[in-house]
Design a protein around this ligand. Structure first.
Ligand code: GLY
Length: 354
């Protein structure tokens, strides 16, 4: 088992992230961790149907959440709060989220608000949640006005990752997670981690093993991504500066997700399209040369991501300007400037940096 540690400066305590492959250890490892406290599980319906028997959790402690981004809503938030109240959970008790980003986000938001905050454990079951949403403390639900508009920064007490869960993840959703993995590769040096993983090289060398979901390779890959994310989040938990580099590929990617109503493409497919867009923008503004652009294209080709349709700029620009991180005059973009290196730039309507 791999154990990583997150230390957030503002909080005196740190929390562990465990990476294990053996799902049959889940129950005992979590119960050891919560040490006799009460708990409830918020679990994705798909995961419950696939793994309910192996997990063997007491039915009365389980809240099953249907799958899909639209489940991250007020109605389910209230239902989970009521479930906690009915179980008489106190601040010393635990909410345990088992599922992808939707489950982690809503359960985390409940955990951060129920009695002003109770203990919270993340058990991510998708690659996307393993390498991104389960680490770093962003929690949220959606509003009719937009995605993740109601939320908080609330760090979990622990994250337990079991690569076994990824075996049943369908290839499209697996590749959606790889979209975030590729993002880390192109921002690695800017994450300021003391060790040089050369994740770009790791992806190039191990692309076949990754697609085949080789257990050891996946554990290593997840570990590298998490260490990079931890390095960023530890320096800027509330996203006032450095953490914005994690949005590489997301400014354009989020706009596509929104324009297609979060239905047509996966998050990762949109992030990959956003990475292409960011490279185009960087080339146009002489931040990088063509060789780096071709190099990026070669690596992305190896993973055969689904292509996303092109949208006219006048359709996309107003949406990018509505992004939480934008302003009415410009859009903030994270752009490549060198190998594995990115920087933040302001970009105007003519796609020129200033
Ligand atoms: N998903 C980007 C972040 O956690 O900041």
């Amino acid at each position: 088992m791999i154990k990583l540690e997150v230390k957030i400066e503002e909080k005196s305590n740190s929390y562990p992230i465990f990476i294990d492959c053996n799902l049959s250890n889940l129950k005992s490892e979590i119960f050891d961790f919560i040490n006799g406290k009460n708990c409830i599980f918020v679990i994705s319906e798909k995961i419950y149907n696939l793994y309910g028997k192996i997990l063997d959790l007491k039915k009365e402690t389980v809240f099953i959440l249907k799958d899909g981004e639209n489940q991250k809503n007020f109605k389910n938030y209230k239902k989970i709060i009521d479930f906690c109240l009915n179980k008489k959970l106190t601040r010393d008790d635990f909410i345990i989220a088992i599922g992808g980003g939707v489950v982690g986000d809503i359960a985390g938001f409940v955990a951060s608000t129920y009695m002003r905050g109770l203990n919270f454990i993340q058990v991510p079951t998708t690659l996307l949640a393993c390498v991104d949403s389960s680490v770093g403390g962003k929690t949220a639900i959606n509003s009719p006005f937009g995605k993740n508009l109601i939320g908080s920064f609330y760090q979990p007490n622990a994250v337990f990752i079991y690569t076994d869960f990824l075996k049943t993840l369908d290839i499209r959703n697996f590749k959606s997670g790889l979209g975030e993995v590729v993002k880390y590769a192109f921002i690695e040096k800017s994450c300021c981690f003391e060790e040089d993983f050369n994740l770009i090289n790791f992806l190039e060398t191990n692309n076949k093993k990754i697609i085949e979901k080789d257990t050891y390779t996946l554990s290593e890959l997840i570990k590298i991504c998490i260490l990079l994310k931890i390095s960023v989040v530890q320096k800027d938990e509330k996203e006032s500066g450095l953490r914005r580099i994690l949005n590489f590929g997301h400014t354009y990617g989020h706009a596509i997700e929104k324009i297609t109503k979060y239905k047509k493409y996966t998050h990762g497919e949109c992030v990959i399209e956003g990475i292409y867009f960011a490279f185009d923008l960087a080339l146009k503004n002489n931040l990088i040369d063509k060789n780096y652009m071709f190099f990026m294209q070669d690596i992305l080709k190896k993973f055969d991501f689904k292509k996303v349709q092109k949208f006219k700029l006048d359709k996309i620009m107003p949406i990018m300007k509505m992004d939480k991180k934008a302003s009415s005059d410009f859009v903030r973009f994270i752009l490549p400037t060198d190998y594995s290196t990115v920087k933040e730039f302001r970009v105007n309507d003519l796609l020129t940096i200033f």
